[in-house]
Design a protein around this ligand. Structure first.
Ligand code: BTN
Length: 265
């Protein structure tokens, strides 16, 4: 007879989380699910119903989790799979700063709760020992001068199993620590840090976002290969600019990279 699963999500209807949350924008409304196709998709639906800024959608399991470039995002129980709804009044060309704001918030929370020191890899990954522990998917709807909304999906490998095919590139916090991490504590720390950092973003304190991002990255002066739909470029990472684009030195001179997959060489 098949063994009955004893898994119970620790954050569903978590009073502990909602009662102790002292944020101003992020997490004032939280939707918890045991299982949905994708928190980003659900967030899109909520925006049509005029969801308030900072609304969170979180699921214990996603059955159709998506990553960048529509890749499958495995979302078994034990991870943190959530989306945040934002309406930032910033210029669309600075949209990358939204992903950076979320990356630094997740990095700060992981550090605070586990003592681990994650590394941020442009454009949207958090790594431990060069393996992925978190991916961020930012979906922006904008016209030429206004961001109408941003849905930021965050996937963190916390206590979940890593898919066999991904074991050489992905990692969980539990694997690194040898013990489970409280998802409620991690989640509330993410929401608290995001509330602080997001306020800096909308006050246009971009310098703070960039400086904090730089403090969590190990990319500067590293040799990388950048692949996008058309090109493969090799260069040394020099900096990020005020819009969150990557500055590299290549054989063609200094180049600004606005999108692409990065591989360390
Ligand atoms: C990536 O690295 O490609 C981004 C992965 C983003 C995954 C998260 S999990 C919560 C949210 N819902 C989704 O379907 N995707 C994002």
């Amino acid at each position: 007879m098949a063994k009955k699963s004893t898994h119970k999500p620790d954050f569903i209807n978590s009073e502990e989380l909602t009662k102790n949350l002292k944020t101003e924008i992020i997490g004032k409304k939280i939707y918890f699910f045991e299982k949905i196709p994708s928190t980003n998709l659900y967030a899109k639906q909520l925006i049509k119903e005029c969801a308030q800024e900072g609304t969170i959608v979180i699921a214990d399991i996603q059955t159709s989790g998506r990553g960048r470039k529509n890749r499958i995002w495995y979302s078994p129980p034990g991870g943190l799979w959530l989306s945040v709804i934002l309406y930032p009044e910033i210029c669309p060309k600075s949209g990358m700063l939204i992903t950076m704001t979320v990356s630094i918030s997740v990095a700060q929370a992981i550090k605070e709760i586990t003592g681990l020191d994650p590394e941020i890899k442009w454009p949207n990954d958090l790594l431990l020992k060069e393996k992925k522990i978190c991916g961020i998917l930012t979906e922006i709807n904008a016209d030429f001068n206004k961001i109408k909304y941003a849905i930021v999906g965050i996937g963190i490998n916390v206590n979940n199993e890593i898919d066999e095919d991904l074991k050489n590139i992905a990692f969980s916090l539990k694997q690194e620590l040898g013990s489970e991490v409280s998802r409620i504590k991690l989640l509330s720390s993410i929401l608290k840090n995001l509330d602080n950092n997001y306020k800096k973003l909308i006050q246009k304190n971009y310098n703070y976002i960039e400086k904090t991002w730089i403090s969590f990255t190990k990319m500067i002066d590293r040799k990388v290969q950048i692949t996008d739909e058309k090109n493969v470029i090799v260069g040394i990472v020099k900096d990020i600019d005020e819009n969150g684009h990557l500055i590299i030195e290549s054989k063609f001179g200094e180049m600004k990279i606005v999108s692409g997959d990065i591989k360390y060489l």
